[in-house]
Structure formats: structure tokens, C-alpha cells
Design a protein around this ligand. Structure first.
Ligand SMILES: *Cc1c(COP(=O)(O)O)cnc(C)c1O
Length: 357
């Protein structure tokens, strides 16, 4: 039985991405050489890099004046690279979860950090909405999808200062207006490719404003000037990302993804709200369409391990919640088909039949 992968990350990828990357690892473009052993400066790989960047721009409708770069180091390296390049005096952060907290911690190494609001006292179950962004901040940092706690900012916020967003776990999942952001970044391993490549979309005019010296490898301008080839890029993950973006384009692009993602999330949350054995953990208005967190309801707490085992027996893999939330987390990224979510809903109904008091 082929398992259905609900893991939060690394996570499910389109079959096409895995198959085409596997083929290229054995024989890249009919060269008889592996994608893993060819020069990244050869024309065939440069074409891969160019197409990947072009697809980013096309699928996200990225306006003129922005660059797309593909780097190593994960989203976590961006936590320090962003303030290194952008923070001169003061930056504002919205604290909505573990990743947001980690980003904020790094910024403190470079200047004053104003935490405009935090939902930490409520275990990050909601997105704070009532706060003021200091008008003299160099930028305002948000995490659009909180992978661990299952909350998501589903609109493009207005900000009086450059808006910086960690979109590691919801990039390409809904239509966004890139012009409202100064910088968007994320690790690939949630919605795009295997771990190893990190995307950064930057408005060029925000760079070059800090007075500190920036080490070459941490300077966005170096990577922009060198077309993400200043040093050896992670070629296999970049190739896989290109395949995912081709798949996305062939399937109607981001608007089509958004439509299915809404259907999937609606299907699962409706079942969580209906089924007396389960209860959602995130505030309803802030529920993530990518990571659905839920626990056993009062009176059924002792059945947690049983449900995981039951689901696993049906091939539903990776449902265990993060240790800071407990219970279950169903990650239903772009590559998860509606039928996968339906299989989980069916399992929840059957488990209810077997166990309801
Ligand atoms: C997974 C994740 C990260 C960390 O990504 P790495 O590539 O492992 O550094 C950061 N932010 C968010 C929102 C994530 O989901």
C-alpha cells in the first residue's frame, strides 16, 4: 500500500517531481551523466536555473524590480541574513510561533527589535491583529504560515515599512500580491522541493542601505549579481523545484492550487468540528490551510495513540502533532490531493463509529 504523507516537512511532493528528478539523477537530459555529477556552469544546468527563476516570476506574478535567488542554508539562515542586510537601527517582528520567535532572536544580534505583538501566552493559537508597526522600523517581519501551530495569515498585510515574510510553508498555496512585500523567503521542503534550497524574492531597492560590512556569502547583492551561482548551488533540489513549478503551471497555477487548498481545508475542518472525538487547536478565523492541528476531545484523550495507530494502519502517515501542541497535525500542502484528505476524514468517521461513547 502506498502511504499518504501528511508530514509537516520534509513533506509530500508531486509524483512528477520525484519521478523526473530520479530520471535526471540517472541520466540528465540524455547526457548519460547524472544531474549530480555535471557542472552547474554547463549550459544544461544554467537552463534549469533560468527556467526555475522564470517560473517563480510567472507563477507568482512578480513585478519588475524584484530578484529571485536560490540559496543554501535553509530558511533558518535567512533569520540572520535578513537583519544582516536590512537592519540598520530597528526592526519590527510579529511573534506568531516557534519559527517567528527564532527569526526575532537572530535580529536582536543586529539592532533594536520591537515585538509588535505575540500570541505566545496562548500557545500561539491565534494571529494577533491589534498592533502598531513603528513607522521608523527598517522592516516588519511576519511568518505567514505557522507550520507548528496551524495558524496562517491569509491576506497580504498593509505595512508602513518594508514587509518581510517567511513563507516557507505556504508559498504557492494562495494568490499573493508580491508588490506588498519587500522580501519573501522560505525553505523548499514544505511545498516545493527536497531540503537544501532556499528561495528569496527581494525588492532590489531595499538593498545597500545598511552601513555594516556584509560577508560575501551573506550579501544578497552578490547572489543577485551572480544569478545564484556565486558558489555551487544545490543542483538536485533546484532541479526538483523546477519540476514542481512545471507541475503547478500545468495544473492551473496558483489560483487553481488555492481553490483546491480551500476545498481540502474546508473538508478536514468541517469533519473536526462535526466529529465529537476531535477538536481543533487554532482559532477558527486563523486556521491554516496547510497544517491542520487537532487533538482528542475531552473524554477521549486516552485514545490519541490508538487513533495514530488506526490511521497508520490505513496508510495515513506523519499525523503525529508537534510536541509543543500534541495530538495530530495533518499537513495538506499543494501536492496533497483532495482524495488524500478524504481518506483521513473517512478514517476519522470510522474511528468515531468504533469509539464514540
Ligand atoms: C520549516 C520552517 C522553517 C525552517 O526551515 P529550514 O529550511 O529547516 O531552516 C522556517 N520557517 C517556517 C515557517 C517553517 O515552516
Amino acid at each position: 500500500m502506498k502511504k499518504i504523507n501528511f508530514s509537516a516537512g520534509p513533506s509530500i511532493l508531486p509524483e512528477q517531481t520525484i519521478e523526473e528528478t530520479a530520471k535526471a539523477i540517472l541520466d540528465f537530459n540524455g547526457s548519460t551523466l547524472s544531474l549530480m555529477e555535471v557542472s552547474h556552469r554547463g549550459k544544461d544546468f544554467i537552463a534549469v536555473m533560468d527556467e526555475t527563476v522564470a517560473l517563480f516570476k510567472e507563477l507568482l506574478n512578480i513585478p519588475e524590480g524584484y530578484s529571485v535567488i536560490l540559496l543554501g542554508g535553509g530558511a533558518s539562515l535567512q533569520f540572520c541574513m535578513i537583519p544582516f542586510n536590512l537592519l540598520e537601527k530597528k526592526a519590527a517582528y510579529l511573534n506568531t510561533g516557534t519559527w517567528a520567535s527564532k527569526a526575532e532572536k537572530e535580529a536582536k544580534l543586529f539592532g533594536e527589535v520591537v515585538e509588535v505583538a505575540s500570541s505566545k501566552p496562548d500557545n500561539f493559537t491565534y494571529i494577533p491583529k491589534d498592533y502598531t508597526i513603528p513607522a521608523d522600523a527598517d522592516y516588519f517581519h511576519i511568518t505567514t504560515n505557522n507550520t507548528i501551530f496551524g495558524t496562517e495569515i491569509l491576506t497580504d498585510l498593509d505595512s508602513p515599512v518594508p514587509l518581510v515574510a517567511d513563507m516557507s510553508s505556504d508559498i504557492f498555496s494562495r494568490v499573493i500580491d508580491v508588490s506588498k512585500y519587500a522580501l519573501i523567503y522560505g525553505g523548499a521542503q514544505k511545498n516545493l522541493a527536497p531540503a537544501g534550497v532556499t528561495f528569496v524574492i527581494i525588492k532590489d531597492e531595499i538593498l545597500g542601505k545598511v552601513s555594516r560590512q556584509i560577508p560575501t556569502m551573506l550579501d544578497y547583492r552578490v547572489h543577485i549579481e551572480n544569478g545564484s551561482m556565486f558558489n555551487t548551488p544545490p543542483v538536485v533540489p533546484v532541479y526538483a523545484a523546477m519540476q514542481t513549478l512545471r507541475w503547478l503551471k500545468a495544473n492551473g497555477g496558483v489560483p487553481a492550487m488555492e481553490k483546491v487548498n480551500k476545498e481540502k481545508a474546508e473538508l478536514l475542518y468541517t469533519e473536526i468540528d462535526r466529529n465529537p472525538l476531535f477538536v481543533g487547536t487554532a482559532a477558527k478565523e486563523d486556521r491554516s490551510r496547510m497544517n491542520v492541528c487537532f487533538v482528542m476531545a475531552e473524554g477521549y484523550k486516552e485514545l490519541e495513540a490508538d487513533f495514530l495507530k488506526f490511521a497508520s494502519g490505513k496508510g495515513l502517515d506523519g499525523l503525529k502533532g508537534h510536541r509543543s501542541v500534541g495530538g495530530f497535525r495533518a499537513s495538506i500542502y499543494n501536492a496533497m490531493p483532495l482524495s488524500g484528505v478524504q481518506a483521513l476524514v473517512d478514517a476519522m468517521k470510522e474511528f468515531e463509529k468504533n469509539n464514540a461513547k
